[in-house]
Design a protein around this ligand. Structure first.
Ligand SMILES: [Zn+2]
Length: 319
């Protein structure tokens, strides 16, 4: 049995079918007294304890500052929307991303009854964590996509906010998901792990990188390992994937068997790169902080936090 990754396991009918193209159907879902909303803003998503707080839609809209409303789908109790509670960004403003925290995983500023997405992934029930990732992903896309990429006109919400339509040139815009390959390079009883410059001493993780246009996932794995580590790997084996809403990635996990070369990166993305033995990795699996940036003891290997697919790849290798 394969355990799900954090942010997987959303239990919601996304209604990704023709009903969304019927404005009357969308309107009825909006006027449904049972309609509720995930409320999110730069301070995070609204929570009540270990649950996402679903606010009656009318109340969520009344207290929001005019941000977009997106129909996420239907659950057993009725329609579920997402509402951005912050004022829309100004025309030349680069909007902040909901729930993302810092670029390298530092926690977002805390606000009462709100949580950033990293904390949501750790604390919330599985389906709620998935719902938080879905809502924030769509709202962040709306924050960044206010004009048509084709002609520059203002776009209008379409399909309940699941796409955007340009009223001038007719272009349709769909939410973006950026594929990232993440791979554990293995050689008999050792694995190759890297440390990013912003991480504390001792923190190591799998290699990873964005997939390029015209490139297969397997080709991206081989290229990234070559660029970051200077070693060659054989045919990568797919393991599982993880939605990673920081802000719009999909992490696609692989095992990559080393074939030749000594580690030594040609680019400067990594501060350190090392083979670790099974014993060293095994010894590092004990309790440790879920904060990527928390340094505990520089002399000791720190594995990636449990919510990350990188950790799952390492634990899979340990068996
Ligand atoms: Zn246009």
């Amino acid at each position: 049995v394969t355990e799900l990754n954090v942010f997987e396991g959303l239990e919601l009918d996304r209604v990704a079918d023709s009903r969304r193209r019927d404005p009357e159907w969308i309107r009825a879902r909006r006027e449904d007294p049972a309609a509720r909303a995930v409320v999110a803003g730069s301070a995070g998503v609204r929570v009540a304890g270990e649950r996402l707080e679903l606010v009656p839609l009318a109340e969520a809209v009344a207290t929001a500052a005019g941000g977009p409303e997106v129909l996420l789908g239907l659950d057993a109790a009725g329609p579920v929307w997402a509402v951005d509670e912050d004022p829309p960004p100004g025309p030349a403003e680069r909007p902040g991303m909901i729930g993302a925290g810092g670029r390298r995983g530092e926690p977002a500023p805390r606000a009462e009854g709100r949580t950033d997405l990293r904390a949501a992934g750790l604390v919330l029930e599985r389906s709620d964590a998935g719902l938080a990732a879905y809502a924030a992903g769509l709202l962040n896309w709306h924050r960044r996509t206010r004009r048509c990429a084709n002609c520059g006109s203002e776009v209008a919400s379409h399909e309940g906010g699941l796409s955007l339509h340009c009223p001038v040139c007719g272009a349709q815009h769909h939410p973006r998901t950026d594929p990232v390959v993440i791979m554990l390079v293995t050689a008999a009883d050792h694995v190759l792990l890297g440390r990013q410059p912003t991480w504390p001493e001792g923190r190591f993780s799998c290699l990873a990188g964005f997939v390029g246009p015209g490139e297969s996932l397997e080709e991206a794995v081989v290229r990234e390992v070559g660029e970051e580590a200077g070693v060659a790997v054989g045919r990568p084996e797919y393991v599982s994937s993880q939605p990673w809403p920081f802000p719009a990635s999909l992490m696609i996990g692989f095992m990559a068997p080393w074939t030749e070369g000594e580690p030594g990166g040609s680019d400067d993305e990594l501060a350190d790169l090392r083979w670790f033995s099974r014993d060293e990795v095994e010894a590092a699996t004990g309790p440790q902080s879920d904060d990527w940036l928390a340094g505990e003891d520089a002399s000791r290997l720190l594995l990636p936090p449990r919510m990350a697919i990188a950790r799952r790849l390492i634990e899979r290798w340990l068996g």
